[in-house]
Design a protein around this ligand. Structure first.
Ligand code: SF4
Length: 498
């Protein structure tokens, strides 16, 4: 991690500078250090309402030398916050320009960091812009390349076709249920997921709290005549639970959630194939679960071992076949690009298996070194593909899905994602996950129940979004769920203001 110093700027902009720098190199902005990789010398000058940003990049240990210049006319009558945003954008533009020239790497997402691109696209449409105006805005203001603006246009159009009332769903809610258990913990994982073995007592105590949370929220929904659009059971791996525990959970859900049978989509994350015995699939069929996820991540046993998944490719294929035989007709599979020792050839082999299986949807993630994961703590132990090869794999995923009539319908980016790429959800026509669209675009409240579940509270009346987080750790949840139920009811009452 290289240290960079910034001169000529209010230090409040250091984080914004760092985000652009990190698109190109592992680096951080420091105010004091003897061990400096380089300096960024900024000069801001104003003439009337025009701001000009000049930046010089001066590498100490590498022969980096370059400049960027950006001129921007500040809109008149700006609030202090808005003015800061515009100055930040001008700084980011100048720095991006300098670094792109220096490295010959073009950033496809331009200066867009920390904002979900499709969410921004929806916002621009909701402000009254056409698609053409929105794309122009994204190119001018954020320097997105045309390939990305057309991808966003396609995704947003698919989302609106799947959920024609997407912009009018604020009086309904969706539900998320977090089951914090998995057979083992994967090396790249930062989800609230705890190995289930030996936890029998705490699983039961957790479920007791969860049932109570479901009942209380079910009553709140009934009292407020609030409909549920989608229900997603995730975690963790919900199918780590025993079949009778899953059965009991769905019994409580169907008894307490008003108009349960009108929920548009019920999904259960069955991510780990090693949890999918026939008895559990039977329970999911019995309760008419619409969509399940069986996640291979890779079709290479060595990779699965090295990332700590502790299941085999054969188990994935068996679980998939069993689910098909039992009548599941909406199955999602996840693949991860950039897993250790995997290259384009291996990724291509995974795509060939997917071609044979033909799940209804395919989510293609790019590996992200998340803070707190085992893989990040031991990053030196893992050999991963270089930026160019990652880009080739992402491109190949895009081409392959188009050839196979899978269409992109949601997209998100993460910090520390390899090669500054993105995660994309593809599906065949009409099998888009409605829940995924809703959670990505934040146009509806999602009430989170269970461990690590974060409620997203989208006001029906204005653009404000708040969050309410349940504890991540099972014991903390068991100890405090009563308090959290009351806390959540209070924020829901306030939000819906009835
Ligand atoms: S199966 Fe999913 S939730 Fe569980 S440890 Fe692995 S990545 Fe995390």
């Amino acid at each position: 991690m290289g240290n960079w110093q910034v001169t000529g700027l209010d230090p409040n902009y250091n984080r914004d500078v760092e985000l652009i720098l990190q698109l190109f190199m592992q680096s951080k902005v420091v105010t004091k250090s003897d061990d400096i990789e380089g300096r960024l010398e900024f000069q801001l000058s104003y003439e009337g309402s025009t701001i000009q940003v000049n930046v010089r990049v001066l590498g100490q240990t590498q022969p980096l030398q370059g400049t960027g210049i950006y001129t921007h006319v500040l809109t008149s009558q700006l609030s202090e916050k808005e003015q800061r945003k515009q100055i930040k954008q001008a700084i980011s533009h100048a720095l991006l320009q300098a670094l792109e020239k220096l490295t010959s790497v073009q950033q496809p997402w331009g200066i867009l960091t920390g904002v979900r691109p499709t969410k921004l696209y929806h916002r621009l449409l909701l402000e009254g812009r056409t698609d053409a105006e929105t794309r122009h805005h994204l190119t001018e203001k954020y320097r997105l390349v045309p390939e990305k603006t057309s991808l966003l246009q396609e995704i947003v159009a698919r989302q609106r076709a799947a959920l024609p009332d997407l912009y009018d769903l604020r009086r309904e809610v969706s539900l998320y249920i977090g089951i914090p258990f998995c057979p083992t913990k994967c090396a790249y994982c930062t989800f609230p997921a705890y190995a289930i073995q030996g936890r029998n007592g705490s699983v039961e105590a957790f479920l007791e709290g969860l049932h109570q949370e479901v009942r209380v929220i079910g009553k709140w929904l009934t009292d407020h005549h609030c409909k549920v659009t989608t229900l997603y059971v995730g975690g963790g791996t919900p199918t780590s639970l025993e079949s009778d525990q899953l059965d009991a959970l769905f019994t409580t859900l169907t008894e307490t959630i008003p108009d349960y049978d009108q929920i548009r989509e019920v999904t259960v994350e069955a991510g780990r194939p090693d949890t999918l015995e026939a008895a559990k699939l039977d329970v999911l069929r019995k309760w008419k679960v619409d969509r399940i996820s069986i996640n291979p991540q890779s079709f290479r046993d060595e990779t699965l071992r090295s990332i700590g998944r502790h299941h085999t490719v054969a188990e994935t294929l068996d679980a998939y076949e069993r689910a098909r035989e039992m009548g599941f007709d909406n199955i999602n599979m996840d693949l991860i690009i950039g897993l250790p020792d995997e290259d384009l050839t291996i990724f291509e082999e995974s795509l060939q298996v997917i071609e044979r299986l033909r799940p209804e949807s395919l989510t293609v993630h790019t590996l992200s070194f998340k803070r707190g994961s085992t893989m990040t703590q031991k990053r030196g132990d893992y050999q991963v593909a270089e930026r160019d090869e990652i880009a080739q794999m992402v491109k190949r995923a895009r081409e392959w899905t188009a050839e196979q009539a899978y269409f992109p319908y949601y997209l998100y980016r993460q910090k520390n994602i390899l090669g500054n790429q993105e995660n994309v959800g593809y599906s065949i026509e009409g099998k888009e996950s409605l829940y995924n669209i809703i959670i990505m675009e934040e146009l509806q409240t999602i009430i989170g129940l269970g461990c690590g579940a974060v409620s997203k509270l989208v006001s029906p009346y204005h653009r404000k979004i708040d969050r309410y987080a349940n504890p991540k750790e099972p014991q903390a949840y068991i100890d405090t769920y009563q308090t959290h139920i009351q806390g959540k009811l209070a924020v829901l009452d306030q939000l819906f203001d009835l």
